[in-house]
Ligand binder design. Structure first.
Ligand SMILES: [Zn+2]
Length: 411
């Protein structure tokens, strides 16, 4: 059952029908889905959710599409693993990793795309499209294949090979643009005015963005219907961060949490593309667009659509921000892999390095229960880490050579 009243402008509050539209006609503010929370509260229980599928569709009462007509590759309900070795290394007591590398195309984007394309089918669209820094490209191509839709996926031409191949394999149109993500995004906004396609992050954006809330729903359920004290979230457009907070608040609103959530939200950006972190550090309300130059290409959005909203969430919840450099990103990837056996892409390196910084600064406190969102798999960004990850030794195939290379005492 869908409990949607319509769309509402995030700036001026004007209401619209639930159509494939994304901007307020009056103030040009972004639109978001408005729910009937009383109806959701009456429909949803912890028991009903527990009996649902082991995917994000267990929360379909809180989403803008019907779960039973969904474009489903099995997205969601990814592991939340306690990370004691990482916590010890950072001087923290309780850290959890939400491992979204385990989604069908190995990133959290499967959450937003499965919601967006399910809604697109409901609207009757035949073609799926998107502007992407890579993970979204993988996911749109895969879900379009699954849904029997045609697809046009637009990416910056300098993207990592691991993201190009893993998009092209699904057989849709993959268009490499000679420019950065912001150029790609601008072109897609123009194309959206010309073609009647479902652009997941343009005209489908209000529905698409809702998929991110399921990260908060799962986190709370997996913690026994409790919320963390502090979450650390990577920031590209800023949408993920704002929706994770919205997800926790919605659970309380519909009666699934006993206490009002008090979750501090911190944001992670790469130094080479840190428009939101910079505004936070400079205590400014103005997010100045930047030209990205970072190995964390999935976060390389120089003009983030939800940057201001993300900044506001971090401020009002008492979180923090860090902008970490490329060396810290690589070290963050290695730290997570070495301590917990989880291989994250560069964005995960940004998030872990930010956690480390914020722990050192005392922004993330030792007594807090912390959840860190790892949003994409390391195999997608091998280029970033290949120079520092190779064989420990290369030797001839005999015992002497091994003994020469390794002075091992234990048997
Ligand atoms: Zn408005």
């Amino acid at each position: 059952m869908v409990h949607v009243n319509g769309l509402r402008c995030r700036e001026c509050g004007r209401e619209y029908p639930a159509d494939p539209i994304y901007t307020c006609e009056w103030c040009f503010g972004p639109l978001e889905v408005a729910y009937d929370y009383d109806a959701i509260a009456a429909a949803v229980t912890k028991e009903k959710i527990a009996q649902g599928p082991l995917t994000l569709w267990r929360y379909s009462d809180l989403l803008p599409v019907h779960g039973d007509t969904a474009v489903d590759l099995g997205t969601g309900f990814t592991p939340l693993v306690r990370a004691d070795r990482l916590a010890a290394e950072l001087g923290l007591s309780e850290v959890w990793i939400k491992n979204d590398t385990r989604n069908p195309t190995n990133s959290f984007k499967d959450r937003v795309v499965s919601v967006a394309l399910s809604k697109a089918l409901e609207f009757g669209f035949k073609v799926a499209a998107c502007a992407s820094t890579g993970n979204l490209a993988n996911s749109v191509a895969a879900h379009a294949a699954r849904a029997g839709m045609r697809s046009y996926v637009f990416i910056p031409a300098d993207l990592e090979q691991g993201k190009v191949v893993t998009t092209a394999v699904y057989g849709g149109n993959l268009v490499a643009i000679k420019g950065n993500y912001d150029d790609v995004n601008r072109l897609c906004a123009e194309l959206a005015g010309v073609y009647e396609w479902a652009f997941v992050n343009v005209n489908m954006r209000p529905y698409y963005a809702e998929g991110s809330k399921t990260l908060a729903f799962e986190t709370a359920e997996q913690l026994g219907w409790e919320t963390p004290d502090h979450v650390v979230v990577p920031v590209a457009s800023g949408s993920l961060l704002t929706k994770i907070r919205k997800g926790f608040e919605e659970l309380h609103k519909v009666g699934l949490l006993d206490r009002e959530p008090q979750v501090r939200v911190s944001g992670a950006q790469a130094h080479g593309c840190a428009p939101v972190a910079t505004a936070w550090l400079e205590e400014s309300d103005t997010i100045r667009p930047v030209k990205p130059a970072t190995i964390a290409k999935s976060l390389a959005i120089g003009n983030p659509a939800d940057g201001y909203f993300a900044l506001d969430v971090v401020r009002t919840t008492g979180g923090g921000f860090a902008a970490v450099d490329d060396d810290e990103i690589v070290e963050g990837m290695r730290l997570l892999a070495r301590t917990e056996g989880i291989f994250a892409e560069t964005a995960g390196g940004v998030t872990v390095a930010t956690l480390k910084r914020l722990a050192e600064q005392g922004v993330v406190r030792r007594d807090e229960r912390v959840v860190v969102y790892i949003t994409g798999h390391g195999l997608k960004t091998l280029e970033a880490i290949a120079p520092v990850c190779g064989p420990t030794a290369t030797i001839a195939p005999n015992l002497d050579a091994f003994h020469e290379a390794f002075d091992v005492e234990e048997q």
